[in-house]
Design a protein around this ligand. Structure first.
Ligand code: CU
Length: 400
């Protein structure tokens, strides 16, 4: 089920159709965020590459300890199929001999010129052997993993994108980590700077904040709200990939048939079977299936993103906006804790809305060398996403 929608297991509410977002398995959802600032965008969307020094960690709180993990050796990414992106998964062992909660995490990118974003998945002890086998039979550090963690049932427990520091909630909440849990660190490498050719290596790390024990914390999950992207070429642009069919074929060539299925499923789910009208602004409504408490939200798009919102019960009495980023800045993404945790109930509607701008393509150094294209949902830096993230605690998993 690689791509697909919901699944209840870990996520609960899920439904959120969420597709293989920036990478994860459907089972849990989550992804990255965006932010607003003023001013323009060419600068704001310059992509990555700036030197990034992680700020010093916030102090440990009662019962917490830090665990820092990194792959044993550096990895030199190589983009398959003529593309410029690789998603690589690294298996990490936090060495848990008893149950614990993950109350915070900070991905520590080493080579920011090629690291685009990262997602951290937790896998249970029963899946650890399968992950070790996959790692062992794949040459080089880790394994290539477009679409999800590449192993079953990975639960999304953290992510990093430019501008995102560690987010700590003031409530006692955390992701449950049974003894023997492993982590899969999925790193999206973007090789646009080298035209897709391998060259630079990376050995990024992650610093976990762990509280041992199985009680005292409310259990978190990460939910994802995805909307389609159907962004035609800008006026004045032309070329073979401005044709939607050709563009989707190209996506499928770079990332496999699953990528094309994801585009189809998003359209079907969000437009209720009708065709999604092409245009810069798209949205998707997802029904809440069971009560949950939302602690934080975030939004994620790529370099053509202009604005993103997450609304609860839009247009209805009591409806409210949970995330409002009127000027999206790719380099300033972070999870935003809600001022107060918000309870949602079955039957509520969550809507994510995104506006993209194909006109940014000619303004951004990272995209200038690429042919114009009709942009759909995809995992490459030159593809787009429209993804809302919910850090929440579905009812029934609440008390640890
Ligand atoms: Cu993405």
């Amino acid at each position: 089920m690689k791509h697909t929608m919901l699944t209840g297991a870990a996520v609960a509410l899920a439904t959120t159709l969420l597709v293989a977002a920036c990478g994860p398995s459907p089972t849990t959802g989550g992804s990255a965020p965006g932010q607003a600032s003023t001013g323009t965008t060419a600068a704001a969307h310059a992509g990555h590459g700036g030197a990034s020094t992680a700020p010093p960690p916030k102090p440990l709180r009662a019962s917490e300890r830090f665990v820092e993990l990194k792959p044993p050796r550096p990895y030199t990414p190589a983009a398959p199929s003529g593309g410029t992106d690789e998603y690589r998964c690294f298996l990490l062992d936090p060495g848990l001999t008893g149950p614990a909660f993950l109350t915070g995490s900070r991905f520590l990118p080493q080579n920011t010129a090629i690291v685009h974003h990262a997602i951290i998945f937790q896998i249970g002890p029963d899946k650890a052997q399968a992950a070790r086998d996959l790692d062992a039979r794949t040459p080089g550090e880790g394994w290539t993993c477009f679409g999800d963690a590449g192993v079953q049932d990975g639960a999304w427990v953290g992510h990093w994108a430019p501008g995102a520091d560690e987010t700590l909630f003031s409530q006692k909440v955390g992701y449950a980590m049974p003894a023997g849990s492993r982590l899969v660190m999925q790193v999206h490498y973007n090789l646009l700077a080298t035209g897709g050719k391998p060259g630079q290596s990376d050995r990024s790390a992650i610093r976990l904040r762990v509280a041992d024990g199985e009680k005292g914390y409310t259990r978190l999950a990460t939910g994802r709200l995805a909307a389609p992207v159907e962004l035609p070429c800008a006026s004045g642009e032309s070329g073979p990939l401005c044709d939607r069919k050709a563009a989707v074929g190209d996506l499928s060539h770079r990332f496999g048939a699953q990528a094309e299925q994801t585009v189809g499923m998003l359209g079907e789910f969000c437009a209720k079977g009708a065709a999604v009208p092409p245009g810069p602004t798209q949205h998707c409504d997802s029904p809440v299936e069971q009560p949950a408490t939302i602690y934080g939200v975030a939004g994620h798009m790529h370099l053509l993103g202009r604005s993103i919102t997450i609304d609860l019960n839009p247009g209805k009495p009591g409806g409210r906006t949970l995330l409002d980023i009127p000027v999206y800045n790719f380099d300033d993404q972070a999870i935003r804790p809600l001022p107060k945790p918000l309870t949602v109930k079955a039957g509520d509607t969550l809507r994510v809305t995104c506006t993209h701008d194909a006109g940014l393509r000619t303004m951004l150094p990272a995209l200038q060398g690429l042919p114009p294209r009709y942009v759909v949902w995809g995992e490459g830096t030159s593809d787009e996403m429209c993804l809302g993230l919910l850090i929440w605690s579905p009812a029934g998993r609440s008390q640890g």
